[in-house]
Design a protein around this ligand. Sequence first.
Ligand code: ISJ
Length: 456
Amino acid sequence: MTTSLGAPRAVPTEAAERAAEAAAGLLVHTVAVDDVDDLLARLPGPDPARTFSWVRRGEGIVGWGEALRISTAGPGRIRAADAAWTAAVGRLRVHDEVGLPGTGAVAFGSFSFSPASPAGGVLVLPEVVVGRREGRAWVTTVRRADAGPGSAAPELRTPQPVTAPGAVTFRDGALSAEEWRAAVAGVVRRIRAGEVAKVVMARDVVARAAAPLDVRHLLGRLAADYPGCWTFAVDHLVGATPELLVRREKGLAACRVLAGTIRRTGDDADDLRRAAELARSSKDLEEHELAVASLVRALRPYCASINVPEAPFVLHLPNVMHLASDVTGVVDGALGHPSTFPTHGAGGTGPSSLALAAALHPTAAVGGTPTREATTILAEEERMDRGRYAGPVGWIGADGDGEWGIALRSGELSASDAREVRLFAGCGVVAASDPAAELAESEAKLQPMRGALAGR
Ligand SMILES: C=C(O[C@@H]1C=C(C(=O)O)C=C[C@H]1O)C(=O)O
């Protein structure tokens, strides 16, 4: 690729050097297999550190084990991971017999919401990935070249039985429900005083199970209950998100912006009436407008053209309904944007999916408007570290294509106590917000994870 700006190069970082070293000598091999009817049923064990998922409507990828790990931290955590992945890809030996999105070398990743969070960011190339798309299925294995001949299509091991969590108890996280409601009231006052237009306020709840948590139990329940969401697991973070930060596929970027929410009652006629109410609510339309405008502003420098729908549609989920807008753009592969790393392989010119995620995070849907002031206020008022909640979660391929969701409707499994998981939910707060209604909305958004924790 040549541009008037000169060919942009990946910024060498320590993470990139380490990743390149670790990748040297790794063989990645993808073969077609007979259709895999249930991806999640292939996951062999309960360990949230070694289990990966990105599945929607039965399609996507799951993985396990760890062939390569890239860890980053700080304000540049997403871009540094992108650069390190580029460096690693350059050293991997890849033999891909299928050639679909999600085949060949694939890394799953997750990144903290805040640049200051010790949770930082991670990309993992699993030892085995199983995928399924449009009736085609594949297995990718990663092994060391010096480990002797391996089987290209390993017998998929019979998984250990999935275990249920048993009785689950819940306790307050950083703030009690009442304290959080009061904090939201304080934020409404700050917004009305003109400090900012919108702040997304989140809260956490800690769940403790009678038995050690099997991440596959949570994934199975989430995927069954929320088939239209992306059911994810990466490095202890598990959830089912309805919100797509960005997908890059063959030169096209796609984002699904959600902002503006109403709870469902379970009564169909009442829910339809509420959907119409949401579509007309000036408070929710304003909140949504802010989210779309900020996304488009952030995406524009990376795209040759952008398509923004004139009005949002109402997305129906089992627990809530959202105002939703699908924004698409043609990724500008010719412009050497200084913050991108277009050294990916064939078909991967322009900013990678992860570079786009870095440019878009945090959106107004999870941070607020204006971003810097709103994220400062939420950090003060929530009194907690969000960890990887509301950060980008997803996967990237060797050519830079990939999918990154926003880690909502999720929980962080404790690394030190296998029975514990911290659940999160947040709500966009604007001048017209009612703190009690926001508390009820946060409860509705906790429902997917509460339901997934229910035994059976
Ligand atoms: C922050 C969350 O959700 C976000 C906030 C929304 C809102 O305030 O209406 C809607 C969807 C998400 O963008 C969450 O689920 O935790």
